[in-house]
Design a protein around this ligand. Structure first.
Ligand SMILES: [Cu+2]
Length: 425
């Protein structure tokens, strides 16, 4: 939206041409108008019809409609408010955790596979899979966002069947958030972004043997680091612990009209989540953007993959890979615009005693736990991912949704179309 694009049109008609087909050798124009087709590629041991994908989709939607899933012995298991989303997630991202792989198939991943072979479904052109077939490259293809918009929509369909959170689920009696603001080089409540040019060593990733180092220079988005300041009044008379949940969302739609809350909540971006002791009385909580629970440091996003220790599949290799999980920190904030893109900052303090998960959290690389969880442990929050925006609410506007333990602040993201070299100011 900062680039004057509309929201993504979901890809939900598997018989329709994909208008923005992407073929790396030819760029965006390469395979415009491709339709996914029945796959028969013995060389990849893949033989599956598009109708199978449609059958899985129908069964998944039926599970949402019935609020229950069919098990392999043909009995049904209800989806509960506590674990329903996990059951559906495990059907969608098919693995041994799926309750019925034979029946519900492998919808999300096979969508990628169908699209990635749409240019050569029967291998007659001896082509390999396209970028959608590998999670390292899928985001290059515009259809990635259309496919995921549809996956999101399916889950939202399930969430829309749940009762909106009542005040007892949202409020934290005795805890009042009187204000939230951000400060940084742009001043109060103005975030600043620009381009940054970096150099990465690529020689290890090439399939020819270079004589020396191969340095690639690339330009990417970067933001100036900032600080949240949150004023919290604890009137409960005792010290307590709060979970701080920080989000940002656009204010207007593509036409510049105010977003309805139902649309805005689905555009909420989680920026951070952390727990913090709250003394009786007034508390000023400060938090640095670099501490975000959704991101990993720049250095880890671009680290040398050849440094992976141990053999493939070993504990050391798995630990290395887990440490690579997390949103790239340089992309924490949306790009913004030169004029200053209007957004709303949201913070909520929920009761940590209701949120916490009892477990020992040994291990490293827990700094992006919001998106990645903790390795070999339970997800470290009893509330659903995206809480409190994971389900529809009755409110017409964000302001009507707020309970006293929440606060918002109108902010802008100001983008400067200039490039600075990494490591220099
Ligand atoms: Cu995907």
């Amino acid at each position: 939206m900062c680039n004057n694009l509309g929201r993504v049109t979901r890809y939900n008609d598997f018989r329709a041409p994909i208008a923005e087909g992407y073929f790396p050798q030819a760029g965006l124009a390469g395979s415009r108008g491709t339709v996914i087709r029945d796959l028969d590629r013995p060389v990849d041991q893949i033989r599956i019809d598009v109708s199978e994908l449609e059958t899985w989709r129908e069964r998944f939607l039926q599970a949402i409609e019935n609020n229950s899933v069919v098990l392999p012995n043909n009995s049904t298991m209800p989806l509960t408010e506590e674990t329903g989303i996990d059951v559906l997630g495990n059907l969608m991202e098919s693995s041994i955790l799926s309750r019925n792989r034979g029946y519900y198939g492998d919808l999300h991943n096979m969508g990628h596979v169908f699209i990635s072979y749409s240019h050569d479904p029967d291998h007659r052109h001896l082509e390999q899979f396209g970028v959608m077939g590998d999670s390292a490259t899928a985001m290059r293809d515009p259809v990635f966002y259309r496919w995921h918009a549809y996956i999101d929509d399916i889950f939202n369909l399930y969430k829309s069947k749940l009762t909106p959170y009542a005040n007892d689920k949202l409020d934290f009696p005795g805890i009042r958030v009187s204000s939230v603001e951000v400060s940084g080089p742009g001043g109060a409540n103005t975030w600043t972004t620009q381009w940054e040019q970096s150099t990465v060593e690529l020689s290890r990733g090439l399939d020819f043997t270079p004589r020396g180092s191969v340095l690639a220079r690339f330009t990417h988005l970067q933001h100036d680091e900032f600080t949240y300041t949150i004023e919290v009044n604890n009137t409960s008379g005792a010290a307590t612990m709060g979970t701080f949940r920080v989000f940002v969302a656009p204010v207007n739609d593509e036409r510049g009209q105010p977003l309805r809350f139902e649309d805005q909540r689905r555009l909420m971006i989680e920026l951070d989540k952390f727990s913090q002791p709250l003394n009786p009385g007034a508390n000023t909580v400060r938090r640095q953007s670099s501490e975000s629970s959704v991101t990993i440091p720049y250095e880890r996003t671009f680290r040398d993959q050849a440094a992976r220790p141990g053999d493939a599949g070993s504990a050391a290799a798995a630990e290395f890979d887990f440490c690579g999980c997390g949103w790239p920190h340089h992309m924490l904030l949306p790009k913004g615009t030169a004029m200053g893109y209007p957004v709303v900052l949201f913070v909520m303090v929920s009761n940590w005693n209701d949120d916490r998960v009892q477990q020992d959290t040994v291990g490293s690389c827990n700094d992006a736990a919001s998106y990645c969880g903790i390795r070999d442990r339970r997800y470290p929050d009893r509330r659903p991912m995206g809480f409190p925006f994971d389900r529809p609410a009755g409110a017409a506007a964000l302001q009507d949704f707020l309970t006293p333990n929440m606060a918002t602040r109108a902010c802008t993201i100001r983008f400067t179309d200039a490039t600075r070299l990494r490591g220099q100011r």
